[in-house]
Design a protein around this ligand. Sequence first.
Ligand SMILES: [Mg+2]
Length: 224
Amino acid sequence: MTPFEAVLFDLDGTLCRRTQDTQRLYARTFERAGERPFGTPDALWAALDGPPDHDDIIGYYGAGFARLAAQHGRSDADPIALARALRSHVDNAAVELHPGAERAITSAGANGRLGLVTNGPETQQSEKLDALGIADRFDVLVFAADLPRSKPHRVPFETALDPLAIAPERALYVGNSLGYDVAGAQNAGMAVAWLRGDDDVGGYDPEYTIESLAELPAILDGER
Ligand SMILES: [Mg+2]
């Protein structure tokens, strides 16, 4: 018997991943901004402060480019122009489902109610959902960038559970971020299945740790 009446999913890095060529995106960003190239995409991701700040996405990427410019002695570079150029080249439709995502959604939908809780804004995330063709699979969609509070605050999770009339302890959240998904779902009183990437679990304590979404059906069947 299933211990959960609802499953809520994170989107980015959990159900899907980007397929855009990041080297090409990075090179075109410098071309468009009229800047001599420095750094690498990986160095930029490492220079960013955690997941995107959707209230100030240009400032978020600009701070990353500024750190990278400082590392390369490029005080002449314009980090904000680079951030704007990067944003203009990002293709939100260039996404694909993770292995096991289709079956996990089907399994969770057969098990109970289904929701999506993402920190991104609807304008951006709906382009991804359309490209993936999964928007109509969910009973509720929550775009936390459009709410007063984002993950890890409990508000986005409660915003999903309220219309479903399901108590948090009867719901499972599935996400790949320790700080935003594991901490956030637990803030809302939900159990969480953490999709592990390269991160160490650190001081967090997810109820379930999975290597792939293919492991989700066994959790929903109460076999774990
Ligand atoms: Mg994520």
